[in-house]
Design a protein around this ligand. Structure first.
Ligand code: K7E
Ligand code: CUA
Length: 849
């Protein structure tokens, strides 16, 4: 074994698994895996830095644009595991987004001039802020292709609102929250006439316009207020990315541009292409505006007085305000420099009216040199910047060089660089462009993945790479393929700041947050008809849909309201009617609606689309669509044989007996839970609440069963008894989960050796015959060490060499009883020792099993 590797094992895993006498064994196992998989020591450290054992959560949540998918993705850092897709501008069937009525209403808000737009090109997600810090409440994202902004509520991660920009024909520099989420900045991209008329390209300078829209946001209710929003009309320079000032620069906005040339191309008429003409000048303009003042002026008429232009090296891209608000860093894209502007210098120039000139539209231009704190040569193709928790530290992506470069924007020194694969666009730090950046990690959002993953055809996934920035040198830890569009930008936030709910108040329309008109509680299920309007008020609860039959006439308009009555976490029911192109995802407490015209005659099963319980397949019903102009003949010719009265009575008695036995099991679990004070542990308490919820439904069913017996209908009584059994199974299912959870919480902690013993016990095959706490195909091993003289040695010998003891009277009796002999599992000494430790641990918790 190499020296370096030894050093690593004592460094990284010392306190966990290999600290005791078994270091050699641990190292050997690790060594074997490393050899087999060709891993270096550095690889193993990186793996350990990003690996989350099962059940361990990530420290950071990342909200990623889904690019051309029009969605948002959520993933965790440092594990880089995908957690969710959120439907935003595009229908998304899993969530019923665009397939139930509530979400269709949200998507409809995104219509442009009456036209339905079912895709989007999402670029820049932005987290709401309070006093400049991410507050974990709202997320907004823009659509570059169709100038729109969407609002996502982080309490349930659903899209609630889409607004369409009334004047832009294209946008890009959105969306960016101001420091108290008063406004969201959205800047245009490709200049176009603000009206909806044709204007010849020759009139570009006169009639085409750029702009910045300041969307008023109400952070209390999380909705954009279009009527209080306004647009700053700008010259037809192509506006690009933006950022809001913060702290000292609060109230100001900064927006980049390219094409100050106002070039309009025309390859087809012999002109050089746009790319040549739009990058001819050495400089373009950084737009500097006081949105706070403008929002006052906007209440009256348009006014450009508080708008200024500062030259910036040509065709810049990212503009990012530092955590203090004093520095504004602009990246060159076609220039190898980053330019650091000083907000106080800008303010002085404005105050002293120290202008270098005016643009053709009369907007004052500030002198570049006088506004600069300085410039730094970073490399080829600098695009975007992120800040860390270290004062002055900034990270910039270099598109052409495929690098992340770390530098200091105060003393203007380059500190470090790391290669990424390949061609990075944005990069994302943790709460990075807020007043409280967390440092720790940078995610590189790479445009190409070329050779990083198995070939899945010419369209490759994108590649997000996690970089550790905690040390002096950046260290690239791991790759994450993104199989869903080009995610331009990602924002990260501490997961602890996001308070997502697990259920809705009963009967909630999740898209509006209000109580749904179709809210239906148990017992209120019904079908209402008015002419050819049929309204179904349905409930969903494990494991049935009520009603189970809906009969309508062909041509009827059918509305089905569904309320999920569950309170248990993660008990979502999905709903579809076959062949009718509807789907809803109904989480606990939610009410959803599907609506369709029953224009096809026939029988259409409807069912729950989430595997919600053991009887999920039975969670179904039939939509029957009759043609009112047809006559239907009954075909009940074949009389089915029925049970005799005695047979029915026997079946009834048997079912009741099974229920009694099942109830005994439940009561024993309940006793255990009570004896061990389950109520002290929230996790267990919640599970018990869920279990009792199911159990509480039994009396009602019992009454129905008893009534049926009284009425002499044993057939029906058996069915109700079966329903009681279903509720008991559901109770027991959750109850046992609660018991297991409680055992784990109150048992004494396993020593490292004992936990290795448990692994050996399970992997070595012992658990195939022995179940702790139960007699199974072998004896219960609780207390086994005390059963024999010199128990530890006896058991160790027996594991290692069972054949020698087959004639021992005790063993012989066991062999006869179980009709099985303990096989030789070829355990190593080390394993046997650890199993003994495990058995000791079992004995110390014997009362729990
Ligand atoms: Cu640089 Cu749309 Cu933010 Cu892409 S943008 S990279
Ligand atoms: Cu409900 Cu499956």
């Amino acid at each position: 074994m190499e020296r370096g590797f030894k050093l690593f094992s004592s460094m990284v895993v010392s306190s966990a698994l290999f600290a005791t006498a078994s270091i050699a064994a641990g190292d050997a196992a690790l060594d074997k895996v490393m050899k087999e998989r060709g891993l270096s020591e550095a690889d193993v450290i990186r793996a350990a830095k990003t690996y989350n054992p099962t059940g361990v959560h990530d420290k950071y949540l990342m909200f990623s644009s889904g690019g051309q998918s029009g969605q948002v993705m959520v993933y965790g850092v440092p594990s880089m595991r995908l957690l969710k897709y959120i439907g935003v501008f595009t229908p998304e069937p899993w969530q019923g987004y665009g397939f139930d009525e509530e979400s269709k209403k949200v998507l409809e808000q995104g219509k442009i001039r009456g036209k339905e737009i079912t895709w989007g090109d999402t670029h820049h997600p932005s987290l709401s802020e309070t006093a400049g810090a991410a507050d974990g409440k709202w997320l907004v994202i823009n659509d570059k292709a169709n100038p729109r902004i969407a609002v996502i509520d982080l309490h349930d991660m659903e899209t609630k609102q889409i607004v369409v920009n009334p004047v832009f024909k294209s946008e890009h520099g959105g969306s960016f929250f101001t420091q108290d989420s008063e406004y969201i900045i959205e800047a245009a991209q490709y200049a176009a006439p603000f009206d909806n008329n044709y204007h010849p390209i020759e009139d570009y300078k006169e009639t085409y316009r750029g702009g910045v829209t300041m969307w008023k946001f109400d952070p209390k209710i999380g909705r954009i207020q279009p009527k209080d929003s306004y647009t700053i009309e700008l010259p037809p320079y192509m506006q690009d990315l933006s950022d809001a000032g913060k702290r000292v620069s609060h109230g100001w906005g900064f927006t980049n541009s390219f094409n100050s040339e106002m070039y309009t191309g025309g390859i087809e008429v012999g002109m050089p292409p746009n790319e040549a003409g739009m990058s001819r000048n050495d400089t373009d303009y950084l737009h500097v505006y006081n949105w706070k003042k403008l929002s006052e002026l906007a209440k009256d008429a348009k006014n450009y007085k508080t708008l200024f232009l500062i030259p910036e090296p040509k065709s810049p891209h990212g503009v990012d305000v530092d955590p203090t608000g004093e520095y504004i860093v602009v990246c060159g894209k076609l220039d190898t420099h980053a330019s650091v502007y000083s907000f106080s210098k800008i303010q002085n120039l404005i105050k002293n009216k120290d202008y270098a000139g005016k643009d053709p539209y009369g907007i004052p231009i500030l002198d570049l040199k006088k506004a600069l704190h300085g410039q730094v040569e970073l490399g080829l193709g600098p695009l975007h910047n992120q800040y860390s928790n270290v004062d002055g530290e900034i990270y910039t992506s270099l598109y052409v060089d495929s690098q992340v470069v770390k530098w200091n924007f105060k003393n203007l020194k380059v500190l470090d660089r790391v290669n990424v694969h390949y061609n990075i666009g944005h990069l994302a730090g943790m709460e990075s462009n807020t007043v409280d950046p967390q440092g720790e990690y940078i995610v590189a959002l790479n445009k190409l993945s070329i050779d990083r993953f198995a070939n899945v055809g010419p369209l490759h996934p994108q590649n997000h790479q996690l970089i550790d920035i905690k040390g002096g040198k950046m260290d690239l830890l791991v790759d994450m393929p993104i199989p869903l569009g080009e995610p331009h930008d990602v924002v990260g936030i501490r997961a602890s700041k996001v308070n997502s709910a697990v259920r809705y108040p009963m009967g909630t329309n999740s898209r509006t947050g209000e109580i749904h008109e179709g809210k239906t509680l148990a017992g209120q299920e019904r079908i209402e008809r008015k002419g050819n309007e049929v309204k179904v008020y349905a409930t969903l609860v494990r494991s049935h849909i009520n009603p189970e039959r809906i009969t309508v006439n062909k041509g009827d308009n059918v509305t089905i309201y569904m309320t999920n009555l569950e309170r248990a976490q993660d008990e979502t029911h999905g709903f579809t009617v076959d062949n009718y192109n509807v789907h809803a995802s109904v989480e606990p407490g939610k009410t959803s609606t599907v609506k369709f015209k029953a224009d096809m005659e026939g029988v259409f099963p409807y069912y729950c689309t989430e595997f919600c319980s053991a009887l999920h397949l039975e969670m179904m019903g039939y939509l029957m669509v009759k043609d009112p102009n047809k006559k239907y003949e009954s075909v009940q010719k074949l009389k089915m044989a029925t049970m005799s009265k005695e047979q029915l009575k026997a079946e009834y008695d048997k079912t009741v007996a099974v229920n009694k036995a099942t109830d005994d099991v439940i009561q024993s679990v309940v006793k255990f839970l009570k004896d061990n004070h389950f109520e002290k542990h929230d996790v267990v308490k919640n599970l018990v609440t869920d279990a009792l919820d199911q159990y509480g439904k039994i009396p009602e069913q019992k009454k129905l069963s008893d009534d049926a017996v009284k009425a002499g209908d044993l057939e029906k009584a058996v069915l109700f008894e079966n329903m009681i059994w279903q509720y008991m199974v559901k109770t027991a299912d959750v109850g046992i989960r609660a018991k297991d959870a409680l055992v784990r919480l109150i048992a004494t902690k396993q020593t490292p050796v004992a936990s290795k013993g448990e692994i050996a016990f399970n992997e070595g095959g012992c658990s195939g015959c022995h179940v702790i706490g139960k007699v199974s195909s072998g004896p219960d091993l609780t207390g086994v060490l005390g059963r024999h003289e010199n128990g530890e040695k006896w058991v160790a010998d027996f594991i290692k060499n069972p054949e020698h003891k087959y004639n021992d009277p005790y063993v012989k009796a066991m062999i006869d009883y179980f009709n099985l002999r303990m096989p030789n599992q070829n355990m190593k000494d080390e394993e046997v020792k650890s199993i003994i430790e495990y058995l000791k641990w079992i004995d110390s918790n014997a009362n729990l099993f």
